[in-house]
Design a protein around this ligand. Structure first.
Ligand code: NAD
Length: 426
C-alpha cells in the first residue's frame, strides 16, 4: 500500500471550493512536484474553450422551457477533445469545467490519444418525457455542433444520458454533416457502438479492484462491497464484481438503498429495478438511506453516483477499508485529507472509472476504420489499458510516498505538459 503522507492546508482553508478549484488543487500539487513553469501551469489549470448555450425546448404541454447547456474543452494537446455529456439539475458551468479537466488527466493517465472535454445540460432528465428529451438533445447538439467533429471533439454518455441520447446526438449532427458515427461514442451497437462499451466503466472498476487487492492485502472473493448508484456505472460494477465472486452487501439509487450483510443477488435487484424504476424499498434486505449507506462497515466502498457525497462531515464516520471512486469527484478535498489521515486508501476517479473512455476510444477507432471488434477483443484490450495505468499509479505512489490520487494526477499532468512543450504551443 502507498505510504500516506500529510498534506499542506488547502489554499482556500476558510471557504468551500468550487468543483473546478478542487480539481485544480491536485493539478497544482502535481505541478509543484514537477516544477512546472508558471505559464505552463496556468495553461494546464485553465480551460481552453467554453461555450454556454440556451436550449429552448417545446414541452409536451405546448410551453417553451429554456435550459442552460455547456460544452467545455479543457485541453486538446494530446488529441481530439473527449468527454461525456451530463443531464443533471446541478450541471452548471463550474461543474462542467471540473469534469472537463478530470477528462484531460484521465485520458493522459490511460495514455489515450485524447484531450479532455465535458458537456452538460442543466435539467432533470427523470422529469422529461422521451419526446422532450429527444428535442432537448437535438437542440443542444445543434447549438454546440460547430465545436464538434470526429477529429475535434467527441461526446459520450455520462450521468443522466445513455446510448439513446447518443443516437439522437449522432442523428442531429448527421443532419448537418452527413453520416458520422465517430462523432459520439457509447451509441447503440446497431448504430456503430462498440460491443462491451455499456459495461466498460463498471468492468474497469472490477479490474482495478482485482489488481489493487493484493496491494491492499485483501481477498476480493470474501470482500463485502457497498455501491452507491445503480445506473450504468453502479450496475455494471455490481455485475462485474459479483462475477468475480465478491459479495455486494449494499446498493442504492437516488431514492435510497438496500443492505444485506449476507450478500445481495444482483440479478434479482436488476429485475426489481426494471419492474419498479428504483431499487429503494426492495425486500432483498433492509432499507437504508444514501447517507447511511456510505457509513456502513465494509471492505470496499464504491461511490458510483454523483459528486461530493463524501465530505468533511461524514468522512470521519466512513468504515470502509478502501474506497474506489467510480463516480467523478465523489470525495471533496477536505474529506480526502481526512481519509488520508485515517489511513483509508482512495483509488481515484481518473483511474478507477477510466474503463468507459477506454472503450469509447476503441469505439471511435472502429468507427474510423469502419470495422467491428469481437467483444472478447474489446475486453482484453480494456484489461491491458487498465492494468498498465494501475501499475504506473501504484509504482509512483510507492516510490514517492504519495497517495494514489497524487500519483495519478502527477502522471497525467506530466504527460500533458510534455506534449504542450513538444508542440511548441507557446
Ligand atoms: P446514470 O445516470 O446511469 O446513473 C446514476 C445513478 O446514480 C442512478 O442509479 C441514480 O439513481 C443514482 N443517483 C443520482 N443521484 C443520486 C443521489 N443524489 N444520491 C444517490 N444516488 C444518486 O449515471 P452513470 O453513467 O452511471 O454515472 C455515474 C457516475 O459515474 C457519474 O459521476 C459519472 O460522471 C461517472 N462516470 C460515468 C461513466 C459512464 O461511462 N457512464 C464513465 C466515467 C465516469
Amino acid at each position: 500500500m502507498a505510504t500516506i503522507t500529510s498534506r499542506p492546508p488547502t489554499p482556500f482553508a476558510n471557504r468551500s471550493l468550487t468543483p473546478f478549484e478542487e480539481v485544480n488543487y491536485f493539478v497544482d500539487r502535481a505541478a509543484d512536484r514537477l516544477n512546472l513553469a508558471d505559464g505552463l501551469r496556468e495553461m494546464l489549470r485553465r480551460t481552453w474553450r467554453e461555450l454556454g448555450v440556451q436550449v429552448p425546448v417545446r414541452m409536451d404541454d405546448g410551453r417553451i422551457e429554456v435550459f442552460n447547456g455547456y460544452r467545455v474543452q479543457h485541453n486538446g494537446a494530446r488529441g481530439p477533445y473527449k468527454g461525456g455529456v451530463r443531464y443533471h439539475p446541478l450541471a452548471d458551468l463550474d461543474e462542467v469545467r471540473s469534469l472537463a479537466s478530470l477528462m484531460t488527466w484521465k485520458n493522459a493517465l490511460l495514455n489515450l490519444p485524447f484531450g479532455g472535454a465535458k458537456g452538460g445540460v442543466q435539467c432533470d432528465p427523470t422529469r422529461l418525457s422521451e419526446g422532450e428529451l429527444n428535442r432537448l438533445t437535438r437542440r443542444y447538439t445543434a447549438n454546440i455542433e460547430h465545436l464538434l467533429s470526429p477529429h475535434r471533439d467527441i461526446p459520450a454518455p455520462d450521468l443522466g444520458t445513455n446510448a439513446q441520447v447518443m443516437a439522437w446526438m449522432m442523428d442531429a449532427y448527421g443532419q448537418i454533416h452527413g453520416h458520422s458515427p465517430a462523432i459520439v461514442t457509447g451509441k447503440p451497437v446497431e448504430l456503430g457502438g462498440s460491443l462491451g462499451r455499456e459495461a466498460a466503466t463498471g468492468r474497469g472498476v472490477s479490474i482495478i479492484l482485482k489488481e489493487a487487492a493484493e496491494d491492499l492485502e485483501m481477498d476480493p472473493k470474501s470482500a463485502g462491497i457497498v455501491i452507491q448508484g445503480f445506473g450504468n456505472v453502479g450496475y455494471w460494477a455490481a455485475h462485474s464484481l459479483d462475477q468475480m465472486g465478491c459479495k455486494i452487501i449494499a446498493v442504492s439509487d437516488v431514492n435510497g438503498g438496500v443492505y444485506n450483510p449476507s450478500g445481495l443477488d444482483v440479478a434479482r435487484l436488476v429485475k426489481y429495478r426494471d419492474r419498479n424504476g428504483t431499487i429503494a424499498d426492495c425486500t432483498e434486505g433492509d432499507c437504508v438511506s444514501n447517507e447511511e449507506m456510505l457509513e456502513l462497515p465494509c471492505d470496499v466502498l464504491v461511490p458510483a453516483a454523483i459528486d461530493n457525497v463524501i465530505h468533511a462531515e461524514n468522512a470521519p464516520r466512513i468504515r470502509a477499508n478502501v474506497i474506489l471512486e467510480a463516480a467523478n469527484h465523489p470525495i471533496t478535498i477536505d474529506a480526502d485529507a481526512i481519509l488520508n489521515d485515517r489511513r483509508i486508501p482512495v483509488l481515484p476517479d481518473i483511474l478507477v472509472n477510466g474503463g468507459g473512455v477506454t472503450v469509447s476510444y476503441f469505439e471511435w477507432t472502429q468507427n474510423l476504420q469502419e470495422f467491428h471488434w469481437e467483444e472478447s477483443r474489446v475486453n482484453e484490450e480494456l484489461h491491458k489499458v487498465m492494468v498498465t495505468a494501475y501499475d504506473s499509479v501504484r509504482q509512483k505512489a510507492h516510490a514517492d510516498g504519495i497517495t494514489y490520487r497524487e500519483a495519478a494526477f502527477e502522471i497525467g499532468v506530466e504527460r500533458v505538459a510534455n506534449v504542450v512543450k513538444l508542440r511548441g504551443f507557446v
